[in-house]
Design a protein around this ligand. Structure first.
Ligand SMILES: *[C@@H]1O[C@H](CO)[C@@H](O)[C@H](O)[C@H]1NC(C)=O
Ligand SMILES: *[C@@H]1O[C@H](CO)[C@@H](O)[C@H](O)[C@H]1NC(C)=O
Length: 388
């Protein structure tokens, strides 16, 4: 390429030189023919002179051109030499370039190999990182489980310590054995036989410990059973408590009816010619206000079973005393007593089933009398046993 360009440049140079020479010659000829045309006749002689001068001039020019041509040929030779030199240089450079290219190819190949090697290393590294992460996660899980196990162990130990005195005694015995073992260890170098014995002993203790652990497990199971039993008892207790509350409520809500009243503070109460309704005027108790101290009547506020009683007194002197009890004007009792001298009493009680509104009262027959003072010799009482 470089060679070709040098040759072309040289050729162009030579051509341009030739052309410039030729053109200048033509111009001179042309100019001369014009001037010849302008002064044709007058310049015949001078024309001859001019031609020879011109010929001389041309010869000189040819000589000059020959010189120039020689120079040019020299130049051309030099240029050819230069060209050869350049060509050889070029060839050397080509070889060098080829060598460099080969080296570059090798380097590229080597680079590619290194690239693939690097990719392999990276892949391996990624795998290692993944492995590492997995191992870390596993390690964390194992640690968590370990912590849980440790907590469980602590709990179990506490429970075992609290639940069983046996384990404590075994631990004490184990501690004593460990002390023994320490002594034995000091003599172990000289007494391997003793060590064997010790090992056996330790094995036995381990078995004992294992037995104790079994016992602990048994105790735990018993404890669990007791727990469930306790839960059952608690449930029953809760039910019972509820029942008690309900019963208390029932008791609270049960109608409360009870009364007692004394007859009078003013001595004798006497019936005339007719039966006399007794009015126990001194209210001692009157819960529920079912008894009236102005009429002497008890009126049942609820359907139920009631108990009524009375004790009345008279100072008898060869005479009778009487008392009657009525339910809704129907006689329930009639009692009599006779004495010749001194105080006498009549007393009785009765259980009656009453409907709401049923009335109870007491009477003495005509000509009969009773006695009472602030000492309450004569009283009338009643109360509700239970509701029906
Ligand atoms: C009679 O009963 C009324 C009403 O319960 C009471 O206020 C009064 O104190 C009673 N009388 C006597 C003397 O107990
Ligand atoms: C008789 O009963 C009334 C009323 O409850 C009471 O105040 C009085 O002390 C009683 N009399 C006696 C001697 O107990």
């Amino acid at each position: 390429m470089l060679k070709m360009r040098a040759v072309i440049t040289l050729l162009v140079l030579l051509l341009s030189m030739c052309v410039s020479q030729t053109r200048s010659t033509q111009t001179e000829v042309h100019t001369e023919s014009q001037s010849t045309g302008a002064a044709a006749a007058a310049a015949d002689v001078s024309t001859q002179l001019d031609v020879s001068a011109e010929l001389r001039e041309l010869r000189d020019m040819v000589v000059e051109l020959r010189v120039t041509l020689r120079f040019t040929q020299d130049d051309l030779r030099n240029t050819k030499d230069l060209l050869n030199k350049i060509e050889s240089e070029n060839y050397a450079q080509d070889r060098e370039l080829t060598a460099v290219k080969t080296e570059m190819m090798n380097l590229i190949k080597y680079n590619l190999e290194q690239d693939s090697e690097l990719i392999a290393v990276k892949t391996e590294m990624v795998n290692l990182i993944k492995d590492n992460l997995a191992q870390e996660a596993e390690l964390t899980a194992v640690k968590t489980r370990l912590a849980a196990s440790e907590t469980e162990v602590v709990n179990l130990r506490e429970e075992a310590a609290a639940q069983t005195a046996d384990l404590r005694s075994v631990t004490e015995r184990l501690g004593a054995t460990e002390t023994d073992m320490d002594h034995v260890k000091k003599d172990t170098a000289a007494q391997h036989t003793d060590l064997t014995t010790m090992n056996t002993e330790v094995m036995n203790l381990k078995m004992e410990l294992s037995a104790s652990e079994t016992e602990v497990e048994k105790l735990k199971m018993e404890h669990a059973e007791q727990d469930s039993e306790l839960t059952a008892v608690k449930t029953r207790l809760a039910a019972t408590e509820t029942e008690v509350v309900n019963l208390e409520k029932q008791i609270r809500e049960k109608p409360k009816v009870a009364f007692s009243a004394g007859l009078t503070n003013s001595g004798f109460i006497e019936a005339g010619s007719t039966e006399l309704n007794l009015v126990f005027t001194k209210t001692i108790t009157n819960v529920g206000q079912a008894y009236s101290n102005t009429t002497g009547f008890f009126t049942a506020p609820v359907r139920g079973v009631y108990y009524f009683r009375f004790t009345v007194m008279d100072g008898l002197n060869s005479r009778y005393m009487h008392i009657k009890m009525f339910k809704n004007a129907k006689q329930v009792m009639w009692l009599d007593n006779y004495d010749t001298d001194g105080y006498a009493y009549l007393s009785s009680g009765v259980t009656l089933q009453l409907e709401v509104g049923d009335v109870i009262n007491t009477r003495i027959p005509e000509g009969s009398r009773l006695y009472d003072t602030s000492d309450n010799y004569s009283t009338f009482s009643g109360f509700l046993l239970f509701v029906l």
